[in-house]
Design a protein around this ligand. Structure first.
Ligand code: G3H
Ligand code: 13P
Ligand code: ZN
Length: 308
């Protein structure tokens, strides 16, 4: 069933688990995700980035997500825009049937972030669509904007309260030390859980979102490298930290990189094992299975099993 994320978040918050929000770019990824969620009986957020829209054409992605809804009517599926850069892209997605959009105004100053977020909230809510916003900057390179590392860019708890009140957004992505991609930490992984706890206390019951939450599981990095890859120094957020964040009130966890690694490792292996094969199904089928297995593993970590 195609739904928004409101009830998902309420249930997750009450139940002390989190919803997985997985990025999609093609049919095999969507099939792997929905297959994993159907098996684990888990509601899910399927999210589409600007890059995915550019790669696949938004119409194809919407139709593929609709196919997943049709194939598994028992699974609550939220169709979500990831990192909407401005009002126009959010409006386009609302108008084409998305049930949730993210307006990412985190690169603006506080007042401009509030202004653009409120503009999106007003439009989306008038059409029954929910809105995720972001306050604080994720470190690293995001859409070609490089954010310097340091706590200066982390979410300020008092500002978070004011931001939610003034914008009316439905969920908030916060910055506590995660970043996008496969190279999240130079030294030991470290997140600001103290800050997260303060935000959770001040915004009691309000859905918080953790971006850049892939673990970069070493087994999959090694497998990529074993079959000809070259991904040195990759490091993500340890699974214990994800569990701790969920316990501390995070109810949406964004995962893309771990799916990319799982898929790439399997395709590399298939090329290595079957050099004579040139039928794409020969490598896309195991890649799809690898996505499904990774999603099921993530749902275990998020405590999101038997929830539908
Ligand atoms: O926000 C980051 C996601 O991993 C999406 O990445 O913009 O390359 O599709 P992308
Ligand atoms: P990862 O790169 O850690 O998977 O994060 C994905 C994300 O936050 C998408 O918005
Ligand atoms: Zn993100």
């Amino acid at each position: 069933m195609l739904v928004d994320s409101k009830k998902m978040f309420e249930d997750a918050y009450k139940g002390g688990y989190a919803i997985g929000a997985f990025n999609v770019n093609n049919m095999e990824i969507i099939q792997g995700i929905i297959g994993g969620c159907a098996e684990k009986k888990s509601p899910v957020i399927i999210q589409v980035s600007a890059g995915a829209r550019k790669y696949a054409n938004p119409i194809y992605l919407r139709k593929l997500i609709e196919a997943a809804v049709e194939e598994h009517p028992e699974v609550p599926i939220c169709m979500h825009l990831d990192h909407g850069a401005d009002f126009d892209i959010c409006k386009q997605c609302v108008d084409m049937g998305f049930t949730s959009v993210m307006i990412d105004g985190s690169h603006y100053d506080f007042e401009e972030n509030i202004r653009v977020t409120k503009e999106v909230v007003d439009y989306a809510h008038s059409k029954g669509v929910v809105v995720e916003a972001e306050l604080g900057k994720l470190e690293g390179v995001e859409d070609e904007v490089k954010v310097a590392s340091g706590e200066g860019s982390y979410t300020d708890p008092d500002q978070a309260v004011e931001f939610v009140e003034r914008t009316g957004c439905d969920s908030l992505a916060i910055s506590i030390g995660t970043s996008h991609g496969a190279f999240k930490f130079k030294g030991d992984p470290k997140l600001d859980f103290e800050r997260l706890d303060i935000i959770t206390k001040k915004l009691s019951g309000f859905p918080l979102v953790l971006h850049g939450a892939s673990t970069v599981i070493q087994e999959f990095v090694d497998k990529c490298n074993q079959y000809g890859g070259d991904i040195p120094g990759a490091k993500g957020v340890p699974e214990e930290m994800i569990s701790q964040a969920v316990k501390s009130g995070v109810c949406k966890v964004n995962i893309d990189t771990d799916l990319r690694l799982a898929m790439t490792a399997e395709i590399r292996k298939a090329f290595h094992d079957n050099p004579g094969n040139f039928d794409p199904r020969g490598y896309l089928k195991p890649a799809r299975t690898a996505i499904q297995e990774m999603v099921m593993h993530k749902l275990d970590i998020l405590g999101n099993i038997n929830r539908i």
